[in-house]
Design a protein around this ligand. Structure first.
Ligand SMILES: [Zn+2]
Length: 374
């Protein structure tokens, strides 16, 4: 991502960050500089006429949203690329500077050419079983076509494929896995053979072991985690993308489904009721939690701070929340943070976000590619 010169062509001022610079949970630096779009840990050689601007405050890497959807509108339909850009800018202005898009109806790759939107890693289109997902969102396939569909999406996306692993089975009247164990294995093998990682949307308890057995690289929502699968995910180093704001919405799915599908409604309410305990247990057991909002479609964009508040409600301490939102996702996605020479994608906050995550809401500056954008 290059943002060395503005659209008008004027060079961005050199930024002097007076720190502390929070490189990681235990690692900080007293000060740093931003020049030509990159962060410098020591004072660079500056020409005497270089305009320098001092930014005071705690510096953290730009936040990451590991699960949102650019290009899906409030009506559940694909948007124009211009609307997808507006969604990305809404996220950016809240401090989200890295997005893993968890499935879009439209091709959002043109946004990757734009230096003023967050860095975007795409999953391509979600893959779902026929008639087992929100209508119109996914490419719907049957098991015999799944491996080829995974290979195709691996080539279209940026190293990630997303499979909808479970959904309500209307004939059974409850959540259930959409695929059997062989299908999960074949999907993971196809993704890995194409050099991609694969993740799965999963609500149901029965799906998590299938995904873990098959070697999936990540779990989305994962409301069906149990003590046993929490231990397994921790041992396998498979992270969980939280989406707690969305899980709070399970009550509305339950009440909508209740007249026809009472068992489903009860199941969804149970999963919702356990969301905080389960999240905290997973964290305590060593599962890496990663922040995802699930914005786009049902939920509007710009809600990352609400998701962080939910993690606090679950009992996570501020440093763990900051890890899940900033340091860990960058490591997981192979995107640099505040290391010397990295693209300067960062936030400045007046208070220490390691003691109170709400300091991130109070950010004074959002810097993307070395430019102050918000
Ligand atoms: Zn989603």
């Amino acid at each position: 991502m290059s943002a060395v010169s503005s659209p008008a062509g004027s060079p961005a001022p050199v930024l002097h960050l007076t720190g502390p610079i929070l490189l990681g949970p235990e690692q900080e630096l007293a000060e740093a500089w931003v020049l030509d779009g990159r962060i410098h840990h020591s004072r660079p050689d500056l020409s005497t006429d270089a305009e320098t601007r001092q930014l005071d405050g705690f510096v953290v890497p730009g936040l990451a949203d590991l699960h949102c959807h650019l290009g899906i509108g409030d009506d559940g339909k694909g948007t124009s690329i211009g609307t997808a850009r507006q969604q990305a800018l809404t996220d950016r202005d809240t401090g989200v500077l890295l997005i893993r898009d968890a499935g879009s109806i439209i091709d959002t790759s043109p946004l990757q050419e734009q230096s003023d939107v967050p860095r975007l890693i795409r999953c391509g289109r979600h893959l779902a079983r026929t008639r087992r997902y929100l209508r119109g969102y996914a490419d719907e396939v049957e098991p015999e076509d799944l491996p080829a569909a995974v290979t195709r999406e691996a080539q279209r996306g940026d190293g990630w494929v997303k499979l909808v692993g479970d959904w309500i089975d209307r004939s059974a009247g409850d959540l259930s896995p959409c695929w059997n164990s062989e299908d999960f294995v074949a999907a993971a093998a196809a993704a890995h053979a194409a050099g991609a990682r694969i993740t799965t949307h999963t609500f149901d308890e029965a799906t998590v072991p299938l995904a873990l057995d098959a070697g999936f690289d990540c779990l989305e929502h994962a409301t069906g985690l149990t003590d046993e699968t929490i231990t397994r995910a921790a041992q396998a180093g498979v992270p969980v993308v939280t989406t707690l704001v969305n899980v709070d919405e399970f009550e509305s799915y339950a009440s909508q489904g209740e007249p026809k599908f009472p068992a489903y409604a009860a199941h969804m309410r149970r999963l919702r009721a356990g969301r905080f305990d389960r999240t905290r247990n997973a964290h305590d057991a060593g599962v890496q939690l990663l922040v995802g909002t699930d914005a786009g479609g049902v939920l509007g964009h710009g809600i990352i701070h609400d998701e962080l508040d939910e993690l606090a409600r679950a009992g996570l301490e501020a440093t763990a929340i900051l890890s899940a939102a900033a340091w860990a996702p960058r490591r997981f996605l192979g995107v640099p943070g505040l290391e010397d020479g990295s693209p300067a994608d960062l936030l400045v906050t007046p208070r220490d976000p390691r003691t109170d995550h709400r300091a991130l809401r109070e950010r004074s500056h959002v810097v993307l590619g070395g430019r102050i954008v918000a």
